[in-house]
Design a protein around this ligand. Structure first.
Ligand code: S3P
Length: 428
């Protein structure tokens, strides 16, 4: 699917976003292994979270879905059934990595794979700690999907993550639910803590001290009724769009403001963005509130070290903002971007170049200088949802109509994106 994006004169309006992708996956997984019927409201509309539900159904879980409302009949820790065929995680790294933590502890064989992009993403990062817990998993070239997971009994582990990854942390903690004794995961940099919060909500015995998370195995998880906050990573595209397009003013309501995600807002404010965030409310341990943004000039800056880990999903759209900022943007310590849905250092640089924007690429990041103009161009999502949306935002500030090929990729996390964008500009 191709989207044509004309430059925008103004973006104006109030919007609510579909549920956070990260939180939706976690609520679904935990509801499946809790005892009793859970309800999840405002479940993510993205294809990735639908992949998680499809895998759970294939494991014998009752899942009923009516739009954003999902009902899950939990079967307890030991009630999953052997799937009839290969489990399909689609494009979703979260699904394959997190669900594997649960599959590794089952008394049945399972095989899990995904689409072409997912089949090129590294899984050794979960295989190593799971093997340390006694799991039996093999992979193509010892590293890539499909994963074949044989029955095993897991032991608790004390594991220090070599890379900051919330997916790996979650995988080990979910496996730790099945192990006798206490599992500890230590993080090199703080990553999103939705798993820790959700585990507590479902009744697990979990303790967080600094960057060490400790979980006692074999808890009784109890079903819950939970609402998912709007996705701040989806909001990021509208925040940057409003900053770029003159006279814009947007109010994004009921969005997740978890401190391990809201580094985005702090960063934007620190570089001069006119963004207002009231004190958050709390919903099942997750901070939620409205974010108001007005068009503003931003200085630009440097994203490196722990900040890179905290902003990892937002870097494509921040690169776009960087080109239009006063001083430009430097991103370092971001080698992880190379193993996302695409090599995001390469795909961001390619689309920027097509728009006539100068970019210098490093092994672990890039630098875009500021004060650049976007030329209208033929852009490509390269099959990556965040690349499709980041460059739709760039196209709003271009000098003429741009085309985005493969725009349907946006539906992996945010199928409503192009429609919402059109509605915000229709009011100008
Ligand atoms: C996610 C963690 C991050 C992020 C991904 C979602 C999660 O991946 O990029 O979009 O929900 O835990 P890594 O764990 O690979 O950093």
């Amino acid at each position: 699917m191709t989207e044509r994006i004309a430059p925008a004169e103004r973006l104006e309006g109030a919007l609510r976003l579909p549920g956070d992708k990260s939180i939706s996956h976690r609520y679904a997984l935990l509801a499946a292994i809790a005892e009793g019927a859970s309800r999840i409201h405002n479940y993510s509309s993205g294809a990735d979270c639908a992949s998680t539900l499809a895998c759970l159904r294939a494991l014998g879980i009752g899942v009923e879905r009516d739009g954003a409302e999902v009902a899950i009949s939990g079967c307890g820790l030991d009630g999953l059934k052997a799937p009839a065929g290969t489990l399909d995680a689609g494009n979703s790294g979260s699904t394959i990595r997190m669900l594997s933590g649960i599959l590794a502890a089952q008394a049945f064989f399972s095989r899990i794979t995904g689409d072409e992009s997912l089949s090129r993403r590294p899984m050794d990062r979960i295989m190593r700690p799971l093997a340390g817990m006694g799991a039996s998993i093999s992979a193509r070239d010892d590293r890539y999907p499909p994963l074949e997971i044989r029955p095993a009994r897991l032991q608790a582990i004390d594991y220090t993550l070599p890379v900051a990854s919330a997916q790996v942390k979650t995988c080990v903690l979910l496996a730790g639910l099945y192990a006798e004794g206490t599992t500890t995961v230590r993080e090199p940099a703080r990553t999103r803590d939705h798993t820790e919060i959700a585990l507590r909500e479902f009744g697990a015995d979990i303790d967080v001290r600094g960057r060490a998370i400790t979980l006692r195995g074999r808890p009784h998880l109890a079903a819950r009724d939970l609402a998912v906050p709007g996705d701040l990573s989806s909001a990021a595209f509208f925040l940057v769009a409003a900053l770029l397009v003159p006279h814009s003013h947007l109010l994004i309501e009921q969005v997740g403001l978890n401190p391990t995600r809201s580094a985005l807002l702090d960063f934007l404010v620190s570089v001069g963005a006119d963004i207002r965030v009231p004190d958050p409310a709390f919903q099942a341990g997750e901070a939620v509130g409205a974010v108001e943004v007005r068009h503003s000039k931003v200085r630009g800056g440097v994203i490196e070290k722990d900040l890179t880990a905290a902003l990892i999903d937002e870097i494509p759209v921040l690169a776009v903002l960087g080109a239009a900022s006063e001083e430009g943007l430097t991103v370092r310590d971001a080698a992880e971007l190379r193993v996302k849905e695409t090599d995001r250092i390469a795909t961001v640089a390619e689309n920027l170049k097509r728009m006539g924007v100068q970019v210098e690429v490093f092994a672990d990041g890039f630098r875009v200088s500021g004060g650049q103009r976007f030329r209208a161009a033929e852009l490509d999502s390269f099959g990556d949802h965040r690349i499709a949306m980041a460059f739709a935002v760039a196209a709003l500030a271009a000098e003429g109509e741009s085309v985005i090929h493969g725009a349907e990729a946006a539906s992996v996390s945010f199928p409503e994106f192009f429609g919402l964008l059109a509605a915000l500009r229709a009011r100008t």
